[in-house]
Design a protein around this ligand. Structure first.
Ligand code: DGL
Length: 254
């Protein structure tokens, strides 16, 4: 355990997706120091084998631990479903993971379906299958291979994204969709673009705020919440493109 309140909170994702969680974290916990790591050189995680994802996650987490983090946020549904259990067993600092927000979404269903958009790995893992068994009545799992890449490329709008979404969501045009779960942290940056493909009134939910609230709870109960001083954000990536950090900064300010 690292009892230093001033130590950073480590937060990571396969790329820039977790910035959507970081953004929420900065808003709700303005005094914390955040160290964000985007594993951009190895993205995407969601179409690799669980074994490959686990290996990358272990490498990234070791790197963050070496920097003295006091808590870890897995700002990635894919990495959480593959690695959270093993990380919680191995680490003695708080580990906060993510899962598609199917539980809150199930409360918003009124006769139609709940569409869960996530990566193929997330949707195939035991964690999600358990979630489906408990809250999945009327839910449809929709794997979206290729969608996170639009965000990684900085292509947050335009005809190619629109065509991709049209093709993906066409089968649901004639169905009543009450709620759409954005089950990958990258998709939060495409919220409006995705919403356009559904009738007005369809609710889109993500797990970002819930994750940060859970972080705050864990920091509070372990006495690690930083209550004074200025917060800060450090952005790092495994990719050597100089623009990569710049892109993260832009998304953080969006
Ligand atoms: N942002 C990630 C998630 O929440 C993973 C996307 C990917 O690397 O495929 O699932």
């Amino acid at each position: 355990m690292n009892w230093d309140k001033d130590a950073p909170v480590g937060i990571f994702d396969s790329g820039v997706g977790g910035i959507s969680v970081l953004r929420e974290a900065v808003r709700l916990l303005p005094r914390e120091r955040f160290l964000y790591y985007g594993d951009t050189a190895y993205a995407p995680y969601g179409t690799k084998t669980p074994q490959q994802v686990l290996q990358r996650v272990e490498t990234v987490v070791d790197l963050l631990l070496a920097r003295g983090i006091k808590a870890l946020v897995i700002a990635c549904n894919t990495a959480t479903s593959v690695a959270a259990k093993a990380l919680r067993e191995r680490l003695d600092i708080p580990v906060i993971g993510m899962e598609p927000a199917l539980k809150p979404a199930s409360l918003l269903r009124h006769g139609g379906c709940v569409l869960v958009m996530a990566t193929p790995v997330t949707l195939s893992q035991e964690k999600f299958l358990g979630l489906m068994a408990r809250y999945g009545e009327g839910a449809v799992a929709l794997p979206c291979p290729g969608l996170m890449e639009f965000v990684e490329r900085g292509e947050l709008d335009g005809p190619a994204l629109d065509a991709y979404l049209r093709r993906l969501l066409e089968p649901f045009e004639t169905r009543q969709v009450d709620c759409v779960v954005l089950g990958c942290t990258h998709y939060a940056f495409l919220r409006e673009q995705i919403a356009r493909h559904f009738p007005a009134g369809t609710v889109l939910v993500d797990g970002n705020e819930g994750t940060v609230r859970q972080l705050r709870r864990r920091l509070t109960e372990t006495g690690l919440l930083r209550e004074s001083g200025q917060g800060s954000v450090t952005l790092e990536t495994s990719c050597d493109r100089p623009q990569a950090v710049e892109q993260m900064r832009r998304l953080l300010q969006m």
